[in-house]
Design a protein around this ligand. Structure first.
Ligand code: NDP
Length: 293
């Protein structure tokens, strides 16, 4: 392998260690940052994500609550739960794990979260502030990607970034972050998606390719240029009878082929994934600092 591995575990540990003195300072003021996660239905991947978020809180000494409800909860009852969490002084961060089962309205639920407690950074207030270049609570996966680039001193200024995927939780906000004026940004950003024509010709221009697609092996070796940086956001379960669980996790990138040409590459798992949780913890501490100020 020619590429240098971007190790999300190392960087996330570094970020979590840097949070410890901030948590101690809050505790001296009698404030323990608190995160509430709301889990609706029985999606196993969602349950795994919520468990890892709660575990991360415990490890750091944050207060955490997990509220679980069946998939057939009424929209009004879910909004009531969020309303109570908005008023709960022990809770500084609220996340409602997506995807929500139909017919629950994800946007209505996001709108009901107090923007000051919106540690996922999904509320239109926080999305808007990000676009304006004055963010406070930044959505976790995009922020984690920027932190990975920063840690490995990967220059973004003036460089071509191609983001594949235009979701509200990854593609759009990571593009918005990297196009801002300022350190760790200032990139020339292109967003590609399923309707883009001739994707390989777009990605081959990129100094940095960010794949947030949700389909294994979509970015192949011939789609990147020599020396490109490849950030793989995808988390896909592919069947593998040789593993105890019967499946393994892979990203959106053909790792072996791209690693031959890239200068830097993230693995899956162990790349972007741990960063998402580290940035969620960061947002929870930040929300507590702002709330306690
Ligand atoms: P979405 O399904 O919301 O978005 C996928 C995007 O990829 C869409 O914009 C879609 O285009 C585009 N797309 C699909 N197929 C192609 C294709 N063949 N060529 C080009 N573009 C394509 O997914 P998310 O953004 O929510 O998630 C993406 C991946 O990242 C998933 O695997 C998810 O599990 C993972 N993820 C990982 C996180 C982490 O912490 N590591 C956090 C969040 C997500 P169109 O808009 O036209 O449909």
């Amino acid at each position: 392998m020619a590429a240098k591995l971007i190790d999300g575990k190392v960087v996330s540990e570094h970020i979590l260690n840097n949070l410890k003195p901030r948590i101690e300072a809050l505790k001296e003021l009698g404030i323990t940052p608190g995160l509430a996660a709301v889990l609706i239905g029985d999606n196993p991947a969602s349950a795994t994500y919520v468990n890892s978020k709660a575990k991360a809180c415990q490890k750091l000494g944050l207060y955490s609550e997990v509220i679980t409800r069946p998939a057939n909860i009424e929209q009004g009852d879910l909004l009531k739960i969020v309303g109570e969490l908005n008023r709960n002084e022990r809770i500084h961060g609220i996340l409602v794990q997506s995807p929500l089962p139909a017919p629950l309205d994800e946007l209505m639920v996001t709108l009901s979260i107090d923007p000051a407690k919106d540690v996922d950074g999904f509320h239109p207030y926080n999305v808007g502030m990000l676009l304006l270049g004055t963010p406070t609570l930044i959505s976790c996966t995009p922020h984690g990607i920027v932190k990975l680039l920063e840690y490995y001193q990967i220059e973004t200024l003036g460089r071509e970034v191609v983001v594949i995927g235009r979701s509200n939780i990854v593609g759009k906000p990571v593009a918005a972050l990297l196009m801002q004026k300022g350190k760790g940004a200032n990139a020339t950003v292109t967003i590609a998606h399923s309707q883009s024509r001739d994707l390989p010709s777009i990605t081959r221009r990129a100094d940095i390719v960010i794949a947030a697609i949700g389909k294994p092996n979509t970015v192949t070796g011939d789609m990147i240029k020599e020396g490109a940086v490849v950030i793989d956001v995808g988390i896909n379960r592919v069947s593998d009878p040789s593993t105890p669980k019967g499946y393994r996790l892979v990203g959106d990138v053909d790792f072996d082929a791209c690693a031959q040409k890239a200068s830097h590459i993230t693995p899956v798992p162990g790349g972007v994934g741990p960063m998402t949780i580290a940035m969620l913890m960061t947002n929870t501490v930040l929300a507590a600092e702002i709330g306690g100020a």
